[in-house]
Design a protein around this ligand. Structure first.
Ligand code: HEC
Ligand code: HEC
Ligand code: HEC
Ligand code: HEC
Ligand code: HEC
Length: 338
């Protein structure tokens, strides 16, 4: 039994793994770019099987063609050679296809501002903000400098990207920012951190308010759409324009301040109400004890004393059952006796 149970678990686990492999088709199995590039020597195979595979885009089903364009819907067996297959996929010498599918125009390795246009196919608002920022104008740092470890491994971003460490500690922003402008880097990070914390804390308080039956349409706009608000803040942040960022965080703060004020007010009201109820109960309790005292007083001192009667002998005395039976039997035997 001691061995059978783990064996059963292992068997079940193996079955479910086999089932998973069989029931789920390999993602991107029909994608021409992935199929060819993962077997190419050098950087390509690393891009496919390591960087891109671990990126948020792989998880979100964005293939090579999502960024680079080209025609991913063709198959090897439609062509005489690998070279033809590649040319067709890269859309070389295929002006007809491009006339009808401009957005699929093949983009190979891009640099500088062009990276923003490439990413901006899908992240349009951030592209605009970035191109309008000092970084976009300068053409550096690009989206990939901040987001792409080894270029394709783009993962869930975090505030850790904003790195105020100095050059000696390997800070990511320090190649261009020295003590003067590094202050702005620190400020921007603090502003985002504070605002995130404020949205989270305020959301908890609003949830409490709702539990208490309080609703407010204006406050709801932030608290029921906190995710969107955070996302909006992150988009605006890419402008690296202190005034725009300050204005937006101030708007958020105004709502969280009003939430805090409502919370304090209603919390105080509830506490007062509870205190009033407590005071009321205390008063009733006091009255009751006073009444009890009066009754006791009346009994103890105002009613005439009766002398205590001793218990009647026989009626209350406890005799063993055998005695009682004998006592009952006595008169009978006495009556029938000659
Ligand atoms: C039949 C094989 C094959 C197919 C299919 C294929 N490629 Fe390529 N691709 C290559 C080869 C070979 C190179 C050149 C060597 C290298 O850069 O690794 C290349 C180069 C590239 C480059 C780098 C270009 C540069 O200028 O450095 C990109 C980007 C690219 N391919 C994207 C794609 C995309 C996107 C698709 C699908 C729409 C695709 N490839 C389909 C074989 C292929
Ligand atoms: C999120 C957008 C995006 C996706 C998805 C993407 N790439 Fe790229 N790729 C880029 C950008 C931007 C560059 C140019 C910047 C760079 O090389 O650092 C690039 C560069 C390349 C290069 C040239 C690398 C070099 O060192 O010169 C190759 C090859 C390539 N990509 C292949 C692929 C393949 C294959 C896939 C699919 C597995 C893919 N890419 C998916 C954006 C993307
Ligand atoms: C074909 C459309 C497409 C292109 C082009 C594209 N992305 Fe994305 N990106 C997505 C999708 C879809 C997601 C996942 C959904 C989401 O979180 O927005 C995503 C997610 C992200 C995220 C994570 C967002 C988050 O909230 O966690 C970052 C960062 C990102 N992309 C950066 C880039 C960069 C940098 C480029 C250019 C090199 C790029 N993307 C090009 C479609 C695209
Ligand atoms: C100077 C560094 C930097 C550059 C350049 C940059 N980003 Fe970001 N990006 C960040 C940071 C930091 C965050 C996360 C902020 C946070 O967590 O509050 C972020 C967040 C994002 C997100 C998530 C937004 C959301 O809704 O949550 C996307 C998508 C994104 N960036 C795409 C891009 C694209 C596309 C470009 C280029 C056009 C770009 N970034 C350029 C630093 C940068
Ligand atoms: C390739 C160089 C370069 C890198 C790397 C770089 N920046 Fe910048 N950044 C600039 C330039 C140029 C400006 C314009 C102002 C200036 O001259 O310093 C700027 C401006 C800024 C500003 C606005 C300053 C202000 O006073 O309005 C902020 C904030 C900022 N960068 C943050 C960052 C952060 C965060 C990083 C690291 C993720 C970073 N930068 C990395 C070049 C860079």
């Amino acid at each position: 039994m001691k061995i059978a149970l783990p064996c059963m678990f292992v068997a079940i686990a193996m079955c479910s793994v086999a089932w998973g492999v069989e029931s789920k088709a390999e993602p991107f199995a029909d994608n021409a770019c992935v199929q060819c590039h993962r077997d190419l020597p050098g950087r390509s195979s690393h891009i496919v099987s390591v960087e891109w595979k671990q990126s948020i885009h792989y998880t979100a089903s964005v293939g090579c063609d999502g960024c680079h364009g080209g025609n991913a819907a063709i198959r090897r067996d439609q062509f005489q050679s690998d070279e033809e297959f590649k040319r067709a996929a890269h859309l070389e010498r295929n002006p007809e296809f491009l006339l009808m599918n401009r957005d699929k125009e093949f983009v190979s390795a891009v640099r500088g501002r062009s990276v923003s246009y490439l990413c901006g196919k899908c992240h349009a608002k951030i592209k605009e903000q970035h191109l309008g920022s000092p970084h976009g104008e300068f053409g550096d740092p690009t989206c990939l400098y901040c987001h792409g470890q080894g270029s394709h491994q783009i993962t869930q971003p975090s505030l850790a990207i904003i790195d105020p460490r100095g050059r000696a500690e390997g800070g990511r922003c320090s190649p261009c920012h020295r003590s003067g402008t590094m202050k702005a880097v620190t400020t921007i990070k603090q502003m985002l951190t504070d605002t995130e914390a404020r949205i989270a804390d305020s959301g908890e308080k609003y949830k409490k308010l709702e539990e208490w039956g309080y609703r407010n349409l204006e406050l709801e706009k932030l608290h029921h759409h906190a995710k969107e608000t955070r996302s909006q803040l992150r988009q605006i942040f890419h402008s690296f324009n202190m005034r725009d960022i300050t204005n937006f965080t101030a708007e958020i703060q105004a709502v969280t301040d009003r939430t805090e004020a409502s919370y304090q007010l209603i919390d105080r009201l509830r506490k007062t109400q509870r205190k009033q109820t407590a005071v009321g109960s205390m008063a009733v309790l006091l009255l009751l004890s006073f009444a009890a005292l009066l009754i006791f007083y009346k009994h103890a001192f105002l009613e005439p004393h009766k002398p205590k009667q001793p218990p009647k002998s026989g009626t209350k005395s406890v005799r063993p059952p055998s005695d009682r039976r004998m006592a009952r039997a006595e008169p009978v035997s006495a009556g029938t006796a000659p």
